[in-house]
Design a protein around this ligand. Structure first.
Ligand SMILES: *Cc1c(COP(=O)(O)O)cnc(C)c1O
Length: 431
């Protein structure tokens, strides 16, 4: 009798199958060979029949994806969800990224054939959206924007900042450490809950590199508090540059988010430089945005560190499209109408069961803490949460108060049916 293992198809025979050739073009040969080896090994161990190897390989390749990142439907009601990659991009931003994915004139003037300024389109879009700024610069992220500003303006000197604004921006990263890493010394003024104009005035001197005001975006101090506003600080600063880190990246004031600083108002009030993230309330790709006085921003752009934190062409393209194009998803989700959310929640509950409960969405991503976004959720058994996360599509509900809450605020409406199907599938398995 022949050894059944001799019936295991050979690698070159498997590689020549049309479906495998197609998968190889999509996924790369290394990945394809790994699946082939795994299926052959299983057959050699006797864990699978030799005649099933080809099918196993083809099925595995059909399901395989080029990235291990999995799309997730965000059913938490948290608009800027850091663990889900913050802002989802608009179709316009996606189109811009696709258009710029190959060779692209990011640093070339096609008319003269000479090198041009990098990211001119993103810069122009930002300046059009924020006319109070004389110049704009895009870097890798908000933290990089802050590091560049403090390094260029205050290395070897002092950054004057209120004790009430020394925040941790997430995952253990603290603003004071970030600034200290730039070679600037932190000069803390005031107390956690109150800082007065005289605290700043006492600290300002020949050793001051800049004054920094940070929007404590992810927490609120309530009660006996006071701070010094931008106009007042401007008057105190004299020639010393005033840098304001607004964090979330609102370019203009949004009535839905009172208390959330925006670049236009902050610059109008007298800031020299505003720093912000591109992927929070701005709704774009990961990026850091610096807006402000032309001479100051141009100086930052010439600093050697600017090269180490520069934005890539895809981010520049997506940012330009986000700023100049149609409203980003973040903006739409933030302003989602509570009545339409109710209608969608009712429709979902009618299909899958569960009760519709009032549920406040949140801005998230360290923005506007304490600002509720009134809406609705479908309340399901808590045990549904894990299978929903592990499903296809993956759905992240909110687990709270012994329940699995499905909030459709940040789910594209055309995916409501997918959410319903997924919940029904989970319900069928758990009954
Ligand atoms: C989010 C945030 C940062 C960091 O920005 P990244 O884009 O995450 O690097 C810095 N400062 C404030 C106030 C923030 O809210």
């Amino acid at each position: 009798m022949t050894d059944p293992r001799r019936l295991i198809p050979r690698t070159d025979a498997l590689l020549a199958r049309p479906a495998v050739v197609a998968a190889s073009a999509r996924l790369g040969e290394r990945r394809v060979r790994a699946e082939i080896t795994a299926a052959q090994d299983a057959a050699r161990r006797g864990a699978a029949a030799p005649e099933d190897v080809a099918d196993t390989v083809e099925r595995a390749l059909e399901a395989a994806t080029v990235t291990s990142l999995r799309p997730v439907l965000n059913a938490t009601g948290v608009v800027v969800h850091t663990n889900l990659g913050r802002a989802p991009l608009s179709p316009a931003a996606l189109a811009a990224m696709t258009a710029s994915s190959g060779y692209v004139d990011v640093e070339l003037d096609l008319d003269s054939g000479a090198r041009s300024k990098r990211g001119a389109g993103a810069r122009a879009a930002l300046l059009a959206a924020c006319p109070e700024a004389g110049e704009a610069l895009v870097v890798n992220n908000g933290a990089a924007a802050l590091v560049l500003a403090t390094t260029a303006l205050a290395a070897g000197r002092e950054v004057v900042v209120s004790r009430g604004e020394l925040i941790e921006i997430g995952a253990g990263f603290r603003l004071p450490d970030l600034i200290a890493s730039t070679g600037a010394r932190l000069r803390e003024v005031g107390a956690t809950n109150r800082t007065h104009a005289r605290d700043y005035a006492d600290a300002l001197g020949p050793g001051t590199g800049c004054v920094l005001k940070v929007h404590p975006s992810n927490f609120r101090v309530e009660g006996f508090t006071s701070g010094v506003d931008i106009a007042e600080l401007r008057a105190l600063c004299g020639d010393v540059p005033l840098v304001v880190d607004i964090g979330s990246g609102l370019l203009a004031a949004d009535p839905a988010l009172p208390g959330e600083p925006d670049a236009r108002s902050v610059l109008a009030a007298g800031a020299d430089v505003v720093t912000a993230s591109g992927d929070k309330l701005l709704g774009g790709p990961q990026a850091g945005v610096l807006l402000g006085r032309a001479d100051v921003i141009s100086g930052l752009a010439r600093h050697p560190l600017a090269r180490a934190v520069r934005a890539d062409k895809l981010a520049l393209a997506a940012l330009e499209a986000t700023v100049s194009g149609p409203d980003a998803p973040v903006v739409r989700y933030l302003h989602a109408d509570a009545d339409s959310l109710r209608t969608r929640a009712d429709r979902l509950a009618a299909r899958v069961g569960g009760t519709v409960v009032a549920h406040d969405g949140r801005v998230g991503g360290g923005g506007a803490p304490g600002v509720p976004l009134p809406g609705w959720a479908v309340r399901l058994p808590e045990a549904y949460a894990r299978p929903l996360r592990l499903g296809d599509p993956a759905i992240l509900p909110r687990v709270h108060d012994g329940a699995c809450l499905v909030d459709l605020r940040c789910v594209p409406e055309e995916s409501d049916g997918d959410v319903a199907d997924a919940v029904l599938a989970v319900a069928a398995c758990s009954s």
